[in-house]
Write a protein that binds this ligand. Structure first.
Ligand code: SAH
Length: 346
């Protein structure tokens, strides 16, 4: 049986035509699935009973299963743990910001990049998510919320540019105005810094916001935190960012997780400022979200502000990421890990 979830509008149109129906039927299906969040043919009230029965005998609309939903105490964030058909688990986070509702999606089961302080890579990479599994994180969360989700950030488990085709297909589907209609400008891809894929994304021409996990302005230190730096040096990465900006005229975000005594020296803030000079950008300072496997802490808030001040004084806009849902372990991969560990202990 063909799973309709994960198919684009034109693909559903040709599927309908192959069944001897008009392409309009394909558009109806598209809107039921991605705009209305209806995954049962029997509920598609603008299709005749005959069509509903015929479609359910040849197609299905698969779902991932929400097995745990945790709300933060302030109810400004919720974390979803999903189980996939093969038993693997991923997580997504919903965050409320003033008048915006943002969802953070995963793109892979596990992660291959093994950044020192990130929980997602601890157990390695298992597989890429299919485009329907990426899209369904959004749909499952949207259908449980009355407010429309306005923004998508690919900052969950995995590296979106290491699952390039499925991520881009999911973006196309979620962008389509007949579906969820999320503007490209409201979509952010966060990358560990895969240089060729950043250049490839630039060629797509879509105004997707790029966020680059930098975390250190010098190769030696970045290499210790992010093993990928051994393959693509900082200079190549910055060159790729400049290229991206020359093609996609949008501000780039640099993410910088602040780790006490590791990468928080104010001299490094100065180096960071001169490194990104000339790029229209913004630095997102993220105080380390601690985990037991990485015995380090975030600097105190006074030091975080001092780091921010050095950047701003050098002309680089910087903000400190508001921590949301620390009580529900909203940092990447932490819930999945906690559940796995629990499974092992049980
Ligand atoms: N693979 C992508 C997206 C996932 S991680 C990337 O590397 O960008 C999203 C962001 O959270 C990255 O900047 C990552 O470095 C950061 N991050 C991961 N674990 C963290 C932790 N324990 N504390 C603070 N930031 C963390």
């Amino acid at each position: 049986m063909i799973n309709l979830k994960g198919l684009e509008q034109h693909e559903l149109e040709s599927l309908a035509e192959k069944e001897g129906e008009s392409s309009y039927r394909g558009r109806q299906l598209f809107s039921w699935i991605y705009q209305k969040g209806i995954f049962s043919f029997q509920e598609m009230t603008n299709l005749s009973q005959g069509l509903r029965d015929r479609f359910s005998s040849i197609w299905n609309i698969q779902e991932i299963e929400a097995i745990k939903i945790q709300h933060s105490e302030e109810r400004d964030a919720a974390k979803f743990l999903f189980q996939l058909k093969d038993g693997e688990r991923i997580e997504s986070v919903l965050m409320y910001f003033e008048n915006r509702l943002s969802v953070c999606l995963s793109t892979q089961v596990g992660c291959a990049f093994k950044c020192a302080f990130c929980a997602s890579g601890l157990k390695g990479w298992k597989r890429n998510l299919e485009s329907w599994e990426i899209v369904d994180q959004f749909l499952q969360i949207q259908k449980r919320n009355k407010d429309r989700i306005s923004n998508i950030v690919f900052m969950g488990i995995g590296e979106p540019l290491n699952n390039y085709d499925n991520t881009m297909k999911a973006i196309k589907i979620l962008h389509d105005p007949l579906g969820a209609g999320i503007g490209m400008r409201h979509i952010t891809i966060s990358t560990v810094g895969i240089v060729p894929e950043i250049r490839k994304l630039a060629e797509e021409g879509a105004p997707i916001r790029l966020a680059v996990s930098l975390h250190a302005p010098v190769d030696e230190l970045r290499g210790k935190l992010l093993p990928i730096n051994k393959k693509y040096k900082i200079s190549e990465l910055i060159e790729a960012c400049r290229y991206y900006q020359s093609k996609i005229r949008r501000r780039i975000s640099f993410e910088y997780t602040l780790i006490k005594g590791v990468n928080d020296d104010l001299e490094l803030a100065k180096k960071l400022a001169s490194l990104v000079k000339g790029i229209i950008c913004h630095v997102n300072l993220i105080p380390l979200n601690p985990m037991s496997e990485y015995p380090h802490q975030a600097p105190d808030s006074k030091h975080v502000r001092a780091f921010q001040f050095v950047l701003e004084k050098s002309g680089i806009p910087a903000s400190v990421r508001q921590e949301r849902g620390q009580d529900i372990q909203a940092a990447c991969g932490q819930l999945r890990l906690e559940m796995e560990n629990r499974k092992v202990c049980a």
